[in-house]
Design a binder for this molecule. Sequence first.
Ligand code: FAD
Ligand code: SIN
Length: 520
Amino acid sequence: MRSLITADSLDIPSETYDAIVVGSGAAGLYCAIVLKNLGLKVCVLSKSLVHEGSTFLAQGGIASALPPDDSTDLHFSDTVRAGAGLVDRKMARVLVEEGVKRVVDLIRLGVKFDKDDRGFIRFTKEAAHSVARIAHCKDRTGEEIEKALIDSYSGEIREFAFVKELLVKDGRCYGVLAEVSGELKVYYAPAVVIATGGAAGLFEKTTNPPTSTGDGISIALRYGAKLKDLEFVQFHPTAFCDEKECFLISEAVRGEGAVIVDRHGRRFMGDYHHLWELAPRDVVTRAIETQRKLSGGDIYLDFRPIERRGIDVYERFPTICKNLKEKGLDPKRDLIPITPVAHYYIGGIAVDSFGRTSLRGLYAVGEASCTGVHGANRLASNSLLECVVFGNRTAYGVYADWEYLSRKFTEVRVKLEEWKPRNEHRYVLDDVKGILWSKVGIVRTADSLTKAIDKLLSIVLSSSDWEVRNGAVLGLAMAVSAMRREESRGGHFRSDFPYEREEFKRHSEFTLEDLERLLF
Ligand code: FAD
Ligand code: SIN
């Protein structure tokens, strides 16, 4: 099924850089800016328009221990508690200590966080944070960060450059193969950084943009990089969904005082957790699903307590209010129907604290990577922070490895992997999304996962469409990882194993050998 073809034998135009960064969200751009400042010739490849990705959509803000009543110890302990026993403590230390400096760097790069009357940053609160430590730009923090990073990056950038394969030989990555405006092109580089974002867009109901289909994670797996913690998906409790689309209603809305009620107008979160609406996301998500069944109707977000605190919701949450208005809803007056949807991919490409993957020459950062800082459940607003902290460190990792990378690079003769389907069948990406949502979603069982694995396996084996096959490969790896974890922890809930089990208090791995055992 897998056959190797030599890139040299293909008549494909090529370009050579010191480093290729795949993805132009916060992680990729931050890394590219630092690589450029370190003197490397960098090119950023992005499969869509430069700003299109999860970063641009981020609402709530970015966490850090900058407020006067906070400390890095407190931010660290909140992060560890949220992660349900699986946070990598060394990485989380790096996140909170360096996070403070990186948020200040964002200010230096031009991000204008909201301020109070005296000119101090106005921090807000989100679930499971013990103090208000989220810096924000109203409800469009991601857009402001993305714009500042785009303006600060002076290297090469290629839009609509869709990376499809890695160039790998003897466990070493030498570049990528991309489709650029319909034409194949090879980008050679001693260092390749995968910053392609997460995979929550592979679920039917999601807050994520269409770019978040886990491409980089799936490609890295196919070329031998180790993946980690693939079973952990974070479902966000408060999205608005109709037949056409879903969009996020930020947790910061609850942080500012909004409450969740059932169809009888009863505020029920206290039945499930002492932190009420600001309980960890997985708790709120399952509480909503349970209460929907118990009360026999929709669950709503009530914005009106925010107004009673003297905050103008239109002023504080302009994007969310505009989106709701377009659906005929007025948050000052109406209860807003909410539903939990897939939001963030905790698993990803296993990396060390400088972004190095298990494949030499290949680095990963941002949501595509798994640093271990989120454990089994991410603390809200820690992901933009992870992008910039580890974006910076990954650039330093490349620079530190540069002598080795550039010396060995002269020996390159690359090979491309090609995957031939056994029998062609017309699947579409929506097939994968439907399976993941219904069988690998908020509540999983051995039965639902077995069905998912069977279906995804047949899609992988018979699809010739690149995107569908890639999504199905990652979905399959996700379902198998979820099957192996016979417990419930953080974002992974098994109704047939509803409790944490001590013997599963460890990270999981998924490798190319695991995939090949399933396929051959
Ligand atoms: P992205 O920003 O998703 O960028 C990925 C890039 O990779 C894109 O440029 C994409 O085009 C490119 N790409 C993908 N595949 C390919 C390919 N094959 N070839 C070439 N390019 C490719 N986190 C917080 O901390 N605070 C928040 O308030 C917050 N709010 C959120 C709100 C929403 C609606 C969503 C969806 C997420 C939110 N998150 C938030 C999570 C956070 O935004 C993301 O984790 C983070 O932005 C990911 O950044 P990234 O750079 O890793 O990926
Ligand atoms: C939100 O604004 O609720 C999203 C924050 C996050 O995902 O970190």
